[in-house]
Design a protein around this ligand. Structure first.
Ligand SMILES: CC(C)(COP(=O)(O)OP(=O)(O)OC[C@H]1O[C@@H](n2cnc3c(N)ncnc32)[C@H](O)[C@@H]1OP(=O)(O)O)[C@@H](O)C(=O)NCCC(=O)NCCS
Length: 327
């Protein structure tokens, strides 16, 4: 079962560099100071050296040894502008426009990953999800074979026996109204992500209906998506459409769909849209005592993740490890 120790072991064997776009934020500085105290993940802080040093001193965090990169005096800026224009040539971006965009830490940090200066990026302590993710969509783009970038949350609830309960939920953060085919892709990517966290995925496509008990377009969408996903991933246990209670409760599953083996035992949940997904994971987090890690971006060509603006330093530290371990 999932523990951070396993991800740290991965990084110890192969240390990585992670860029933080909000280099002077106290939560980032605290997480960076913790990372610098160990040797498996090297932080790169974006911002002015003077401001970052001042902020670290004021908050009392030791960031000695951190690499600080300032878009204002980055020695490879001409090369970065040229690459940016090349990547955005279909949009006719001029060098002047590129320079303007690269003065913003979210675009600049994303280009540091694109140029190989960093292996991974974590942003969003102050930027919105859209402003963190958009540069990645535009510059890093989807992996070959994927049609979309999506996301999942990993939810972890410690149990009295010491065995953590680990679930995956998707897509709670990126695709607002995913189509049937996009849901299929989201399910495949989420199952793969769940495996990294020690889950043997059993995927439920969620709805307000269990195998035809309710009617409607959204029910059809989830049923069709589940069928298409089963065809695309024949070795992955997939079922749906089903209600959340039928997906997780063996007792309810025995009543509502006694012949289905996944019902009652699902651990990877595919929501019909971002409303359901975002509300759903937050209910698990706030009322169900699950710790929520994510959104973990899926289908992107490099590991880039988004923080919640309400995050604390310990969440920054955890997400940095998750992001870099996926690199
Ligand atoms: C992800 C999101 C920010 C993209 O929005 P956007 O930037 O307005 O999207 P656009 O349609 O302008 O697309 C920008 C680029 O990203 C690409 N893109 C957009 N969504 C994409 C996706 N899911 N996967 C891959 N690429 C995508 C577009 O193709 C476009 O590329 P191009 O500029 O090279 O043509 C948007 O879907 C969103 O706001 N999602 C919800 C975020 C949120 O609020 N989450 C809740 C809090 S966690």
């Amino acid at each position: 079962m999932f523990g951070f120790g396993q991800l740290i072991d991965v990084l110890k064997k192969n240390p990585k560099k992670i860029v933080f776009t909000e280099g002077s934020d106290p939560r980032i500085l605290e997480a960076a100071s913790r990372l610098l105290a160990s040797n498996f993940l090297h932080p790169i802080l974006v911002g002015s050296e003077e401001e970052i040093d001042k902020a670290a001193e004021e908050c009392g965090f030791n960031i000695r040894g951190a690499q600080i990169v300032d878009p204002k005096n980055f020695d490879r800026m001409d090369e970065m502008v040229e690459l940016f224009c090349e990547l955005r040539k279909s949009k006719g971006v001029t060098p002047e426009q590129a320079r303007g965009m690269l003065s913003q830490a979210n675009y600049f940090g994303t280009m540091l990953v694109k140029m190989g200066v960093a292996d991974a990026l974590l942003g969003g302590a102050t930027y919105s999800t859209a402003d963190t993710v958009r540069p990645a969509l535009q510059l890093i783009k989807t992996k070959p074979g994927n049609s979309i970038v999506s996301s999942c949350f990993i939810l972890v609830r410690p149990s009295a026996t010491g065995e953590n309960e680990v679930l995956a939920m998707a897509d709670c953060a990126i695709n607002i109204h995913p189509t049937e085919d996009e849901l299929v892709e989201i399910a495949g990517e989420s199952a793969e992500c769940a495996r990294i966290f020690g889950v043997d995925p059993k995927v439920a496509f969620l709805s307000y209906s269990t195998f035809g008990s309710g009617k409607g377009e959204d029910v059809d969408k989830m049923r069709n998506a589940a069928r298409k996903a089963s065809e695309k991933y024949p070795d992955l246990p997939i079922a749906g459409e089903m209600q959340f209670d039928a997906a997780v409760s063996p007792r309810v599953a025995r009543t509502k769909c006694p012949d289905n083996e996944i019902a009652g035992h699902a651990n990877t949940f595919i929501f019909p849209d971002i409303n359901a997904g975002n509300i759903g994971y937050k209910i698990a987090q706030r009322l169900g005592n699950f710790e929520a890690y994510g959104p973990i971006l899926l289908g992107l060509n490099a590991p880039i993740n988004d923080l919640s603006r309400g995050c604390n330093a310990s969440e920054v530290y955890s997400m940095a490890i998750i992001t870099a371990a996926l690199a």
